[in-house]
Each structure stands twice: as structure tokens, then as C-alpha cells.
Design a protein around this ligand. Structure first.
Ligand code: DGY
Length: 322
């Protein structure tokens, strides 16, 4: 019997031996994602697709598949995939939850601390030869210890952020679709508050909600107006949660003090984006989960999902429960 055909949309940070024993594997080896028309051509004949968040897997693409048994995404987020379209065709979609929680929470803290204590600006300042002497008011930033942290979205990553915040003796507020049980709240030392109150009381606001039609541009002019002028916003979730034009206005007009973004709309950020002219913004290229160990485990989990799907078995980490 011929082996199933698999297409992987980029080189993965793990070896493919296990997969190659059960499938014929084609890997897209370019640095840029395969163009949509390449995906459209591949999807017609393959049995399994291993994709990334940079691949648009829409209903047209899914409709073109004739033998596709599984879509396995190497990411926890899956807003690039039309899940209802896959479900309607009976195609299970896998993702990689849990494994990247700590790496993402660690990196969120790296951004929070870098933005608060102006680490990137200080590095630029030093390299530019501007360090003349010790100055009492040089590159001042706010306290982190004892400040109020607002966590928007309180799933695995939001909760991991709260665990770390306890070490900084912070007051921790969270806003989410529902209130979690009191035991969890007590263990993490967090308080459930309405979104607007979180915005107006927090010194740091960090976003950990998936992108959906409900969260698209959740942060726009009105939300920035509610925030403290000293507040710092961090986003390691999805770029579309923030309206970039409103963020530019807020940062350039001093409605908020700073921001650190690992994700943007669009991605990559356009080099002529006015956001890149601001000193009070830190930008990184969607690397919050990028610890070596985490990325290797994400790739292995995606392969595990893929193999299960090729065999017609339930995926260990399935989005649409097929
Ligand atoms: C995800 O997994 O959704 C992240 O954005 C990339 O690690």
C-alpha cells in the first residue's frame, strides 16, 4: 500500500524520522511560507498537512482537499485556520497547547521588565556613546515590585503570568470571559474585575486572549483613554487584538507610557509603520515561545497529532474534537 503523503510548510526544529517511517514527507524549505497557490496545489493530493500560524488555511483551501485526513498546526493559536470549514469536512485540526505556556510567560515578563526599566532604550543610548556619567535621573522607569498588573485573558498563559507576578508582590487583576473558581483565585492571589476597571487601575496590562471576532481590536481609542498615562501594555498573544493606529496615537500623545509587542497586525510589521519611530515601544518578531526546548516539543507534538490523524485515530491535542 502506498504511504500517505504529508506536506510540512517549513523546516521544523526536530527530526522527522518517526514521521518518515509512516509517510512520504515533503518539507517546504524556504524561509518564507509557501505562497497560497502552492498550498492550494499541494492540498489537492496530500493526506496530512503540518502548518504554521503564517499559513492561511481557509475554506477555499479546505474545499480543494480530496484526501486530507488531518491538519496539524505547530502552535497553540489557530486563528489562521477556518475551523468550521475543516469540521464540516470531518477533518480534525491539531494544535500544541500547554507546552509553550512557561516559555511564553517567561518572555512576557522579559518584555514587561524591559519596557518598564527601558532596557532596549538604554542599550541604544549606551552604544550611541551617550553614557557620560552616573546621573540621578537617567532613564528612569516605574517600579515593578508592588505595582498593579492587569491580565486580560486568564487561560494557561494568563495564569502562568500571575504565578510569576506573585514573586513581585504585585496586586493582580484579571479580566476574562468568566470568573475562575475561588480556590484558584486564592492560590494565585488574583482578583476578577470588569475589563474597564482593569484598564483604569493597572500599571501594567498584559494580553493573553486568543484572536476572535470578539477580541479583534479589543484595544482601541476608548480603551487607551481609560488606561493610566503611566501604564505599559504588553502583547504576546495576537496582533489583531490591538488597533495599531489607536496604539500609535496613545503612545505618541502620552495616553499610555509604553508598550512592548511580540505580535502585530500585520505580521511582520511594515517597516514604514509609525510605531517603529517611537522610543517608548519595544518590538520583537513573534518569538515568545522560542526557547529551544519548547519549539522542539511543539514540533514533536504537531508530528504526534499528524501521525494520529493519518492513522484515523483521535488526535491527542485536537481543536475540533473529531
Ligand atoms: C502560538 O503557539 O500560537 C504562538 O503564537 C507561537 O508560539
Amino acid at each position: 500500500m502506498p504511504q500517505p503523503q504529508v506536506f510540512i510548510t517549513r523546516r521544523l526544529p526536530t527530526d522527522l524520522d518517526v514521521l518518515q517511517q509512516v509517510a512520504t514527507v515533503e518539507v517546504w524549505i524556504e524561509r518564507q511560507p509557501p505562497p497560497y497557490k502552492v498550498l492550494l496545489e499541494k492540498i489537492r493530493t496530500i493526506d496530512g498537512l503540518l502548518c504554521l500560524l503564517t499559513d492561511r488555511i481557509d475554506s477555499q483551501l479546505i474545499a480543494a482537499a480530496t484526501s486530507l485526513k488531518v491538519i496539524s498546526q505547530m502552535a497553540v493559536g489557530y486563528d489562521n485556520i477556518d475551523i468550521p470549514a475543516a469540521t464540516a469536512r470531518g477533518i480534525p485540526v491539531g494544535h500544541t497547547p500547554g507546552i509553550l505556556t512557561d516559555a511564553t510567560a517567561d518572555f512576557t515578563w522579559a518584555l514587561l521588565m524591559a519596557a518598564a526599566r527601558r532596557v532596549v532604550e538604554a542599550d541604544r543610548f549606551t552604544r550611541a556613546g551617550r553614557w557620560l556619567t552616573w546621573e540621578p535621573d537617567l532613564l528612569l522607569g516605574p517600579n515593578i515590585t508592588g505595582a498593579t498588573l492587569g491580565i486580560v485573558g486568564f487561560g494557561r498563559i494568563g495564569q502562568a503570568i500571575a504565578r510569576r507576578a506573585k514573586g513581585f508582590e504585585m496586586r493582580i487583576l484579571y479580566a476574562s470571559k468568566h470568573q475562575w473558581d475561588l480556590e484558584l483565585e486564592k492560590a494565585l492571589g488574583v482578583e476578577f474585575v470588569p475589563f474597564d476597571r482593569l484598564l483604569s487601575e493597572s500599571d501594567f496590562v498584559t494580553i493573553h486572549t486568543p484572536l476572535s471576532k470578539d477580541t479583534y481590536h479589543l484595544f482601541s481609542d476608548r480603551q487607551f483613554e481609560l488606561m493610566k498615562p503611566s501604564a505599559i501594555l504588553i502583547n504576546t498573544a495576537r496582533g489583531g487584538v490591538i488597533d495599531p493606529d489607536a496604539l500609535y496615537r496613545a503612545l505618541s500623545q502620552g495616553q499610555i507610557a509604553g508598550a512592548a509587542l511580540d505580535v502585530t497586525e500585520p505580521e511582520p510589521i511594515l517597516m514604514d509603520s509609525p510605531l517603529l519611530t517611537l522610543d517608548n515601544l519595544i518590538m520583537t518578531p513573534h518569538i515568545a515561545s522560542a526557547s529551544r526546548q519548547t519549539r522542539e516539543k511543539m514540533a514533536n507534538m504537531a508530528i504526534e497529532n499528524l501521525i494520529a490523524g493519518l492513522r484515523g485515530a483521535p488526535l491527542p491535542y485536537c481543536v475540533n474534537n473529531i
